[in-house]
Design a protein around this ligand. Structure first.
Ligand code: SAM
Length: 294
């Protein structure tokens, strides 16, 4: 087969010549069909593909008959290699970066290279596609209007609990990557940090044969996974903290009137602001109006 072609179900397609640039190509997170046609064209048309692990990526590249030269770029050599790669692009090469699965740089190598490439002003293109964070969020049933992705939690129990504690009042849906062997312990830690009732979703083996979603409270899922070795890859999603409901104005103003008969005005204001989680200024203004009979 001529170079710069790719195959889909045995049929050959030509890949157009690419401009010199760095191309960040998303690859599947399990199902080999989850790659875009543009992704295939870009991988087939490039001068070089930087792979997190060339053996892992060979499965994908062979499945689509892509013969582009490969080399490895991983967390242990990415800083040392970044300048050479930028120089190659400057000298006219088209270079792709892929990781073992999903979108490069998302809890995967590539950030030092992209930062240097951006500083050097060379063109960088995203060829978007699969990423476990978005797949898991979309199917979770948790709010998607705003969310935060935190990558992997610390592996050590105390550090993990402390990190979760820092996020206790975070109001957006939280998405974490987790290793299967720590999933049970992390679910227990979520219950400990956020209370038994917080809604949690575990998305396991997305796009693969044994894809499964587990939904429930932190307590339910911690019990379900307790002592179990999870098989396959997981994303853990946690509902954001509930925003405090605004106190009923009639209720707090009645309480304020009653308290102003017992306490000096400032003392009553402080207590009502604290008890009803209100801004002190707002309560103080109401107290003046009530005192002056407005
Ligand atoms: N770059 C990848 C991406 O865009 O999703 C993530 C790479 S990170 C090293 C690997 C983690 O992603 C796994 O530990 C797991 O949390 C999550 N993950 C990857 N593939 C998954 C899948 N098919 N189902 C569930 N989680 C997955």
């Amino acid at each position: 087969m001529a170079a710069q072609q790719f195959l889909i179900s045995g049929q050959a397609f030509n890949a157009p010549k690419l401009d010199a640039a760095l191309y960040l190509v998303s690859t599947p997170i399990g199902n080999l069909k989850d790659i875009s046609i543009r992704g295939l064209e870009t991988l087939a048309g490039a001068d070089l593909i930087l792979c997190e692990d060339t053996r892992t990526s060979s499965k994908l590249l062979n499945a689509y008959g892509i013969q582009t030269q490969k080399t490895s770029l991983h967390e242990h050599n990415e800083v040392a290699q970044a300048q050479n790669i930028v120089n190659e692009v400057v000298s006219g090469k088209s270079i792709c970066l892929i990781s073992d699965a999903g979108t490069p740089l998302i809890s995967d190598p590539g950030f030092p290279l992209v930062r240097l490439a951006a500083q050097a002003g060379i063109p960088i293109f995203a060829i978007p596609g699969a990423s476990a964070v978005l797949g898991a969020l979309a199917v979770s049933g948790l709010p998607t209007d705003s969310f935060s992705f935190f990558g992997f939690l610390p592996a050590k129990q105390q550090a993990r609990l402390s990190r979760l504690g820092d996020l206790k009042s975070h109001e957006m849906t939280m998405v974490f990557y987790e290793s299967p062997k720590r999933t049970a312990a992390t679910l227990a830690a979520i219950g400990e940090a956020y209370g038994a009732d917080r809604q949690v979703v575990v998305a396991r083996e997305l796009t693969k044969r044994f894809e499964t979603l587990y939904r429930g409270t932190a307590q339910e899922l911690a019990a379900q996974f307790d002592g179990q070795a999870v098989k396959g890859e997981v994303v853990i999603l946690v509902a954001g903290a509930q925003r405090q409901a605004q106190a009923d104005p009639d209720e707090w103003k009645n309480a304020l009137v009653a308290l102003m008969e017992e306490l000096p005005l400032r003392g009553a204001v402080d207590k009502i602001a604290a008890d009803f989680d209100l801004k002190r200024k707002q309560v103080y203004q109401a107290a003046l109006e009530l005192r002056d009979g407005k």
